[in-house]
Design a binder for this molecule. Structure first.
Ligand code: ASP
Length: 440
């Protein structure tokens, strides 16, 4: 076990977690044992990853910017990143729409299944909470997201993981100002952040030591809290359409990597796999961010100047998997309970709103479903049918969330490689020899 590569250890942890979870549902009181005694380890692990996110973004973004020799490069990188993020998201939504309209998973769902799902989930607390949360989001004006991005208190921004874009905004301002003052005067601050950056990377290594055990706990918990398999089966076709779309999206990334960056797709997958496995286990791109950054910088060779900007921004605004899922889910719901909505203009509205929704979705579990309500609202979906709409897809949301988060993270990593390549900043991997362990 000791010399095994990290991704194998994590994979073994996941498989054992699933087997253990399946075993525990079969025995009396097993579910309780998992939630009381196993699940806390997973929760602690995710909390630790989130704990390190803000210090990591601040330290590495400052290091990235202050290593730049001139600011015009930063402008170029920012613009390129945004354009590529929008383009990949539109491609993801288009793939989702093409699949759901040709395979039509909604047609196989009987009225009986709809009623069963409605009875089981429409009044569910979590479904109602998502509708209420989406209601709050809807009240916001079109430019509110820009206003929200600007903090009025740097420390308040840093004390809330949901305000990641505010932290990025403040840090960029700080980093650029450091470039603009006399180099000697900026030196102490630069050295401080360089040192903080090294320490934070070490903390990530330490946290990753428990990753294989934590994913065991996370997956065992997912299994014992999963729904009745007959319900999952009824939604299998819909779930498969989402998964097929996500697989096509990965294929798209791999083609881009091989053609544009001239790197081997298999090599890329191997390097990024620990981040993908964690994305799958935690369902949160924000929690996975520290690991994504470490893999992309050290194991893929993207310069910190690029990764420290592209990845944190991507974790918050670029969610290809989520937007693909939203497109499929919205059309699936129409196929089942609102066929009159299936007109071409609505599909166009879905492209636009799913794009905006993926920018607005928080990088946490289940966020995609909240924003789905906004997509449905934009196409004029009757609000009294909303609880039924969410009830329809709720049972498979968690497994699909796990899968779409993998794509969200892979998409960010791919874009960071493309941006780095276009700026001549894609170098050779530089794996630190103390990586993945606690020795010096
Ligand atoms: N869980 C996803 C993420 O963190 C967001 C979502 O689709 O719900 O990337």
């Amino acid at each position: 076990m000791k010399n095994l590569a990290l991704h194998w250890k994590i994979l073994i942890g996941m498989v054992l977690g699933i087997i253990f979870g399946v075993f525990m549902i079969k025995i009396d009181g097993g579910e309780r044992v998992v939630t009381d005694w196993i699940s806390p380890l997973g929760i602690i692990f995710v909390k630790m990853l989130k704990l390190i996110a803000v210090p990591l973004i601040v330290a590495s973004l400052i290091k990235g910017i202050s290593d730049l020799k001139d600011i015009s490069k930063f402008k170029k990188m920012g613009l390129r990143t945004m354009i590529i993020y929008v383009v990949t998201t539109i491609i993801a939504i288009t793939i989702g729409l093409a699949l759901v309209n040709t395979i039509k998973p909604g047609e196989g769902i009987s009225q009986e299944t709809v009623l069963k799902l409605k009875d089981k989930y429409a009044d569910n607390k979590s479904v109602q909470a998502k509708i209420a949360e989406a209601g709050n989001q809807k009240e916001r004006g079109p430019l509110q997201f820009l206003v929200d991005m600007v903090p009025d208190n740097a420390f308040k921004a840093m004390s809330n993981n949901k305000l990641m874009l505010q932290v990025i905004f403040f840090t960029i301002l700080l980093g650029i100002s450091m470039l603009l003052i006399d180099e000697k005067k900026a030196k102490p601050l630069k050295e401080f952040f360089d040192s903080l950056n090294e320490v934070v990377l070490k903390i990530i290594d330490l946290i990753m030591l428990i990753a294989p055990y934590a994913v065991f706990a996370l997956l065992a918990t997912v299994i014992v809290s999963a729904d009745d398999p007959t319900i999952l089966l009824a939604l299998l076709k819909y779930a498969l359409v989402v998964v097929l779309g996500l697989v096509l999206m990965i294929a798209f990334y791999l083609i881009v990597i091989s053609i544009y960056t001239k790197k081997s797709p298999l090599w890329f997958l191997k390097q990024i796999s620990p981040a993908q496995l964690l994305a799958f286990s935690t369902s949160s791109s924000a929690a996975t961010l520290p690991v994504t950054m470490e893999r992309v910088e050290e194991h893929i060779g993207v310069d910190k100047e690029v990764s420290s900007f592209v990845l944190p921004v991507g974790a918050t605004i670029n969610m290809d998997g989520t937007s693909l899922y939203q497109a499929v889910a919205a059309v699936f719901i129409m196929q089942v309970i609102w066929p009159e909505g299936l007109v071409f203009s609505n599909q166009l509205i879905i492209v636009f709103t799913a794009l905006m929704a993926s920018i607005g979705s928080a990088a946490v579990p289940g966020a995609g479903m909240v924003m789905l309500v906004i997509v449905l609202d934009a196409i004029g979906f009757p609000s009294d049918l909303l609880p039924i709409a969410l009830a329809l897809i709720f049972a498979v949301d968690r497994p699909l969330d796990m899968c779409r988060t993998v794509i969200n993270v892979t998409g960010d990593a791919t874009v960071s490689m493309v941006v780095a390549k276009s700026l001549g900043k894609l170098g050779e991997p530089n794996v630190k020899n103390w990586d993945d362990n606690y020795k010096k």
